[in-house]
Design a protein around this ligand. Structure first.
Ligand code: PHE
Length: 472
């Protein structure tokens, strides 16, 4: 007997939860440093083009696939798969039918890739998220006042992450917080918390932006971020922008298929997809502006790389008026962003075990969460005792996980989703499903064209470029 599937309590609850998934470390930690080290404004423009041309169509495809099937990522593919036609199977199932001429593709494997990607992302994402928790405490206890310059702040951070015990403790605490939300289910867990945390996130972001814009010397930061110099754009810039677009929108691993599966037929999917993309882009831009105005006002370098947020900003906070207060707020912001994203990663995996393996939610949450905590341990130690231990491609465990998933698995997952919706399930069926909550979907033709041709082609290009070793 099928158990009735839980649904979101409201459209806004869904939009906030999906925005919570999209807005994460990718927006506030990764976006500013990737933009900073890829030429600033020119990168930002290309990134926005990728979001609109590729991100928006695929997000819509994921949501509609989820709502149609009311299943987790593996179940979603499986339930719409064309009948198997390895010859023997086909005739056993459909003895009186002609053998189909289309080759059979085991689409459910694309769903499996999504579950595995979620697993891997969460095990290193939670380690970085744990640092944000630690830095809330550091900020509150006045540690930043010791930092006379960026080097001192950097050395402090380096020492913290290389220790074996404390970062693991924070990684564990962060996982516990995620488990506590997901175990409560959709309405009482994920939706309820996103409705509290996302407005808090927007409020903090606005406060930080106001602080950044009112610093003396902020104009230079604004110019760096908004005045494009296309002479610095290379092929690499375009690829970096495409990769970032995928990660930041939570695309390619079925998080939005899963969230979409808790939608009822009356919800307007194009509207929701548009709002999520809008929020995600706004948060990245505002976070970038808030950070660069502060960095330029303090005459520091914008291209500090991954350490920008943890090395450069604590030193910035120490020098600005109200820095104590804004320092705490900033790391609370990062923590909230990470938490609502990690909840979506965990839910994607949990939903798989609940739907397909018939586990109870409690069992799935505890087991999956426990295993992810364990697989995160070497990720955390990659900054300390395992730093020199290169597993493959000259990378340690942490870097290898991030590299493989962000650059290969997510784009591949996105490519498969576009191909599945565009060519296997079919645009006609998808549009019919979308029209359930949105009678006239005026951009149906454009959307279909993007999903069938433009998205797969663009993503195939990223993958191919990666494969040829053109580095991001
Ligand atoms: N979108 C999240 C971020 O920007 C990361 C994420 C990726 C979350 C994939 C879920 C799925 O940080």
């Amino acid at each position: 007997m099928a158990i009735k599937r839980e649904h979101w309590g409201s459209q806004i609850g869904f939009i906030l939860a999906a925005s919570g998934s999209a807005v994460g470390l990718g927006n506030i930690w990764k976006f500013p440093y990737v933009a900073g080290s890829n030429g600033g404004a020119a990168f930002v423009f290309i990134y926005i083009a990728c979001i609109v041309l590729i991100g928006l169509p695929i997000i819509l495809a994921e949501m509609v696939l989820g709502r149609k099937t009311q299943r987790n990522v593996v179940g979603a593919y499986r339930s719409l798969e064309k009948p198997t036609h390895s010859f023997i199977h086909y005739h056993r199932h459909f003895p009186n039918k002609e053998h189909p001429s289309q080759p059979y593709f085991p689409w459910f494997l694309a769903g499996g890739l999504g579950v595995i990607s979620g697993f891997i992302i969460l095990s290193f994402y939670s380690v970085v998220a744990g640092w944000t928790l630690a830095y809330i405490i550091e900020a509150a206890s006045g540690t930043f006042t010791q930092f006379l310059d960026v080097d001192e702040a950097g050395a402090y951070f380096g020492e913290f992450v290389s220790k074996p015990v404390m970062p693991l403790l924070y990684h564990g605490l962060f996982m516990l917080a995620s488990l506590g939300i997901v175990i409560k289910g959709i309405q009482n867990g994920i939706e309820k918390w996103n409705k509290i945390l996302m407005p808090a996130l927007f409020t903090i972001l606005v406060l930080l932006l106001i602080r950044g814009l009112t610093l003396p010397g902020a104009q230079e930061g604004i110019a760096f971020f908004l005045k494009p110099d296309f002479s610095v754009v290379t092929w690499k810039t375009v690829l970096a922008a495409l990769g970032q677009a995928f990660f930041t929108l939570s695309l390619g691993m079925g998080a939005l298929i899963t969230y979409g599966s808790y939608l009822s037929k009356k919800e307007n999917i194009p509207h929701a997809a548009f709002m999520v993309v809008l929020f995600d882009t706004l948060v990245a831009l505002v976070a970038g502006l808030a950070i660069f105005t502060a960095v330029f006002a303090m005459k520091l370098s914008p291209s500090a790389g991954p350490g920008l947020v943890f090395h450069t900003l604590p030193a910035v906070f120490n020098q600005m008026a109200g820095g104590y207060f804004f320092g705490i707020l900033f790391f609370v912001l990062l923590f909230i962003a990470a938490l609502t994203s990690s909840v979506s990663l965990l839910e994607t995996i949990v939903a798989y075990f609940v739907d397909e393996k018939k586990w109870t939610r409690g069992k799935a949450v505890l087991l999956v969460g426990g295993i992810i905590f364990l697989t995160g341990i070497p990720a955390s130690l990659s900054f300390g005792s395992l730093a020199g231990f290169k597993i493959a491609l000259g990378k340690n465990y942490f870097d290898l996980l991030d590299h493989v998933v962000s650059n290969y698995f997510l784009p591949l997952g996105g490519l498969l989703i576009a191909l599945f919706v565009g060519w296997s399930w079919g645009i006609k069926n998808a549009v019919a499903e979308i029209k359930n909550g949105n009678k006239n979907f005026p951009t149906a033709n454009i959307w279909g064209f993007m999903i069938r041709y433009i998205c797969p082609l663009a993503v195939a290009v990223i993958l191919f470029a990666k494969f040829l070793g053109i580095d991001f």
